[in-house]
Ligand binder design. Structure first.
Ligand code: AMP
Ligand code: FE
Ligand code: FE
Ligand code: ZN
Length: 284
């Protein structure tokens, strides 16, 4: 079977490998195509593309955006936006600005709680443009305020915890519009991880997002069981959405997940990448 992996993060967001290293790893894993889907930034794509051209790996443009859907966060992937991404970039810059403001508020709250960290330390931990809560967690553990990252989230960073702060999120409609304006396809990421409201089903969410312009569902994912994958593939068919798949590889920040194979048995058919590209072309 010819394989791809359409969901992974580089050092430009919260992964630990550079875009080039992602492509090099994909090569050793016999993946024919990958998409680098950093949170809120396109900064890793060009480096990955250059490395992909050298090593013979197809690199699709990608991004992962957290959107506000009925007062919850849903992750949306964008793919194959190659038409000129000015509006998408502007939107992502606004999200990054909101992230920065949120991060400064978290630092203040942490300091007030006796956790002495500075924004500079967190930014240095992040290295790239996107500074996120996992970087806070790493610094806080290193400075001895908690035993591990999960404890940091539980005590300080999780929604509802002592140093939690909201950040700017766009609606699904706006997020889809940004992606489609750039010639791309919007895909619901890891449906298993969507927090459903009381009585709501994932089909309700898919239906709602479809009317906002959704183009695909990430049916194959590291944490999906075969039954879940089959259900999401059925939904993709029913709502005329392309199925996609990926590991959500983060390098050392999620060491249990491997590129390509996820927790061990993941396999994403290369046709998923072909179908995405075809859909983007036909919509352009
Ligand atoms: P941010 O985008 O900066 O808000 O950070 C989001 C990331 O933090 C997610 O992708 C997860 O990796 C991590 N995260 C969020 N909530 C939790 C939680 N309750 N426990 C552990 N990790 C979490
Ligand atoms: Fe992440
Ligand atoms: Fe995600
Ligand atoms: Zn991801």
């Amino acid at each position: 079977m010819r394989l791809c992996d359409l969901h992974m993060h580089s050092t430009q967001s919260d992964g630990t490998l550079t875009p080039r290293q992602l492509v090099e790893l994909a090569k050793t894993k016999n993946l024919e195509a990958i998409a680098v889907t950093d949170h809120d930034t396109l900064a890793g794509i060009e480096e990955a593309r250059t490395a992909g051209a050298e090593l013979g790996i197809r690199v699709l443009s990608g991004v992962e955006i957290s959107v506000e859907y009925n007062s919850r966060t849903v992750h949306m992937l964008g793919y194959c936006f190659d038409r000129g991404a000015a509006r998408l970039k502007k939107g992502l810059d606004e999200i990054l600005g909101g992230r920065h403001e949120r991060n400064l508020k978290i630092v203040s709250k942490l300091n007030a709680l006796g956790v002495k960290v500075t924004y500079e330390e967190i930014a240095a931990e992040a290295g790239g443009k996107v500074v996120g809560r996992p970087h806070f967690a790493a610094v806080i553990v290193r400075k001895g305020y908690a035993a591990d990252k999960q404890e940091v989230f539980n005590k300080y960073l999780a929604r509802g915890a002592a140093a939690y702060e909201e950040r700017l999120r766009f609606s699904p409609e706006d997020s889809v519009a940004m992606i489609r304006d750039a010639g791309g396809v919007a895909v619901l990421a890891h449906p298993k991880l969507v927090h459903l409201a009381e009585g709501e089903t994932i089909e309700d969410v898919v239906k709602g997002l479809k009317s906002a312009g959704l183009g695909g569902i990430e049916c194959v994912y590291s944490l999906h069981t075969p039954e879940e994958t089959a259900h999401y593939l059925d939904l993709a068919k029913k709502y005329d959405l392309v199925p996609t798949g990926g590991s959500d590889f983060h390098g050392g920040n999620k060491p249990e997940i491997e590129m390509g194979t996820g927790l061990g048995s993941l396999a994403v058919p290369l046709e998923f990448a072909d179908d995405l590209e075809r859909l983007a072309e036909s919509a352009a």
